[in-house]
Design a protein around this ligand. Structure first.
Ligand SMILES: [Zn+2]
Length: 121
C-alpha cells in the first residue's frame, strides 16, 4: 500500500474516532442547556448557581445551630468545598464538582453541593 494513503487513512481514522468520542462525551455530559448547581443543607436549598459558575468567591455556610461550618468556593467555572470544620474532611478532599453522580457531600454537617435535577417546564 502507498505510504501516503496509509497515513491519510490513519489521519481520517483518528479524526473519526475523535469526533465519535466527542459525541459520546457530549451525550453523557450534555453541555447544551444550562445546568444548575445547588448547595443544600438539611434538604433545604441555600444557594443555587449557574454552572459553569461565573463568579469567583467564597461563601461561609454555618449550620443553623452555629456549631459547624463549611466554606464553599466558586472558582474557574466550578465549585468546591474549600474548607470545613468536619473531622473527616471528605467534602474538601472530593475536590471540584464535576460529575452528575458525584456530589460533594459533607455528612457530619449535612451539607451537599450537587447538580440540580432536571427541572420539568
Ligand atoms: Zn465535611
Amino acid at each position: 500500500m502507498d505510504k501516503r494513503l496509509l497515513i491519510l487513512l490513519i489521519f481520517v481514522g483518528v479524526i473519526f474516532c475523535g469526533s465519535g468520542g466527542y459525541l459520546l462525551w457530549q451525550h453523557f455530559h450534555q453541555p447544551e442547556g444550562q445546568r444548575t448547581v445547588e448547595v443544600v443543607q438539611d434538604n433545604k436549598v441555600l444557594y443555587t448557581f449557574v454552572y459553569p459558575t461565573v463568579e469567583e468567591k467564597t461563601i461561609r455556610i454555618e449550620s443553623p445551630d452555629g456549631t459547624s461550618w463549611n466554606e464553599v468556593r466558586l472558582h474557574d467555572g466550578t465549585i468546591c468545598m474549600s474548607d470545613a470544620c468536619c473531622p473527616d474532611l471528605t467534602c474538601v478532599h472530593t475536590g471540584d464538582l464535576q460529575y452528575e453522580d458525584l456530589p460533594i457531600v459533607c455528612l457530619p454537617n449535612t451539607l451537599v453541593i450537587r447538580f440540580a435535577g432536571e427541572e420539568s417546564p
